[in-house]
Design a protein around this ligand. Structure first.
Ligand code: NAP
Ligand code: G4F
Length: 329
């Protein structure tokens, strides 16, 4: 019989790629969506008819239990969160409610409805914070934002349910992963979108924050494969997922402008208001455990990722420009 999966955060970047991946493997896919006054299904609109959406919110325990009862899943992927680090300083309590306590609510719903369901928790390299690289499963945590602190709670809640109740609960410690579906507030997409607009003459300049921060950036499509692999093992465990290559924000900006044959120094200025109260300076993951146990490694490198993102934003802005011109005529 076909397996079924419930994805929280299905409307987000990772949720959309994971839904596609699970459908391609014959899963029946359910997605939890929270109520909003306007429909926010842009990333999954192409999957309408193939997936079933269920109402629910990480803030509401009853809705989580109800979604589990309705979907009867073999696997639950908890991707929902307040995921933007910068916002977590402005909304620290809400971030804790979604990103930390939301994990406990979902684990409790699973434990009481059917503790045999396999559970994936979207943990983050942001938990390593100020601990220097390379970071792997044995590296001590020192988060630097309310988001990182909340993710650390979710990580240990997952381990605790595994140890307390024998549940098949895994924590994937994923380093930054990006795509053309990334939210425009994250630095990679902010840059690819601005580069496209500058190239097409729609924008003159862009502002940026800390150019010296270093991240290990991979492609989201490669990373959702690792999530699924974790839940197919004989026993639950935690895994670091990363490329092992770290680049600075300056290198990101330089690479993106080079895709369109421009020099970033002519267009980019630093805006101190974009600096964070505390920064994570240097992330570079060591995913050799995932390579050994899951046989997982990424297919897409940094240059391919940046090129893909800039080209898709160019194409999107060209389409919109043509549509605007056609509308004027
Ligand atoms: P994303 O694009 O920001 O998506 C977040 C999702 O969570 C959206 O579907 C959002 O729904 C949903 N959500 C937020 N609050 C909710 C609530 N109270 N109840 C139900 N749903 C809620 O994030 P992403 O990049 O796909 O990341 C997926 C997960 O991986 C997140 O937990 C993130 O923290 C974690 N993570 C991401 C990365 C990365 O580099 N991308 C790395 C490590 C860990 P709406 O559409 O309604 O807003
Ligand atoms: O793209 P970012 O906002 O991602 P950040 O903070 O690393 O968090 C992302 O990755 C985490 C995994 O480590 C996830 F858990 C989390 O959910 C999210 O997906 O910022 C990356 C770096 C930071 O050092 C930031 O200070 O870029 C720097 N940066 C410099 N200028 C900027 C900007 N970030 C943003 N968003 N906007 C800027 O203008």
């Amino acid at each position: 019989m076909a397996k079924s999966a419930l994805i929280t955060g299905i409307t987000g970047q990772d949720g959309s790629y994971l839904a596609e991946f699970l459908l391609s493997r014959g899963y029946k896919v359910y997605g939890l969506v929270r109520r909003s006054s306007s429909i926010n299904n842009e990333r999954i609109s192409h999957l309408t008819g193939d997936i079933t959406l269920l109402p629910g919110d990480l803030l509401d325990q009853t809705s989580l239990a109800s979604a589990i009862r309705q979907s009867q899943p073999d696997e639950v992927y908890n991707l929902a969160a307040q995921s933007f680090v910068a916002t977590s300083w402005n909304q620290p309590e809400l971030t804790g409610q979604f990103t930390a306590l939301g994990v406990t609510r979902l684990l409790e719903a699973i434990r009481t409805e059917n503790p045999k369901i396999r559970f994936y928790q979207a943990s983050s390299s942001e938990m390593f914070g100020s601990t220097p690289p390379p970071q792997n499963e044995q590296t001590p945590f020192h988060p630097r934002s309310p988001y990182g602190v909340s993710k650390l709670y979710g990580h240990f809640a997952t381990i605790n349910y595994r140890e307390s109740y024998g549940m098949f609960a895994c924590s994937g410690i994923l380093f930054n992963h990006e795509s053309p579906r990334r939210g425009l507030e994250f630095v990679t997409r902010k840059v690819s979108d601005a580069v496209a607009q500058i190239k097409l003459g729609l924008l003159d300049k862009m502002t940026i924050g800390n150019l010296d921060a270093r991240r290990d950036w991979g492609f989201a499509g490669d990373y959702v494969r690792a999530m699924w692999m974790m839940l197919q093992q004989d026993r639950p465990d935690d895994y670091v997922i990363a490329t092992g290559v770290s680049k600075s924000v300056r290198e990101l900006v330089d690479t993106a402008f080079r895709v369109v044959d421009l020099d970033y120094r002519d267009y980019v200025t630093v805006d101190p208001s974009l600096l964070r109260p505390a920064e994570v300076d240097y992330l570079c993951g060591d995913s050799s455990y995932a390579k050994e146990k899951l046989n997982w490694s990424p297919d897409t490198d940094f240059e391919q990722l940046v090129q893909m993102m800039v080209e898709e934003d160019l194409e999107r802005h060209r389409r919109h420009s043509y549509a605007r011109e056609a509308g004027v005529r």
